[in-house]
Design a protein. Structure first.
Length: 122
């Protein structure tokens, strides 16, 4: 994995009005998979994983995203990608629309919030 300023990996987690927002920037592979897994772990809660600033993800990150989706799908889960980005291409091929992938972060946050409210009222 190259380590220039644009591709240096970072992972952040924040609470956005009850939605866990996990943001990945740069290149992510086996060397960052434990950090990505930790960021996505925890009790089920509405979760958005923002990959719009990610430049590369490998199979270990994809596995983590699938596991996070499985753990959080009833609470609400979505992935945000940049249009025409390598993460968008690989997720479209590998996940084939089984995990909601969106381009607009605000819509993703609204979607998982709505999913959580529907689940709570069911």
């Amino acid at each position: 994995m190259s380590r220039n300023d644009d591709d240096s990996p970072s992972v952040s987690v924040e609470d956005r009005d009850g939605v866990r927002l996990v943001t990945l920037c740069g290149e992510h592979d086996l060397s960052t998979s434990a950090e990505v897994t930790a960021a996505c772990a925890g009790p089920p809660e509405p979760t958005v994983v923002d990959l719009s600033a990610a430049t590369f993800i490998d199979s270990t990150v994809i596995s983590t995203l699938v596991a996070a989706h499985t753990a959080n799908q009833n609470a609400g889960f979505a992935i945000v990608v940049a249009p025409e980005s390598p993460p968008e291409w690989i997720l479209a091929l590998v996940l084939a629309d089984t995990v909601p992938t969106m381009i607009d972060k605000a819509r993703a946050l609204d979607l998982v919030t709505a999913q959580a409210h529907l689940q709570q009222s069911a």
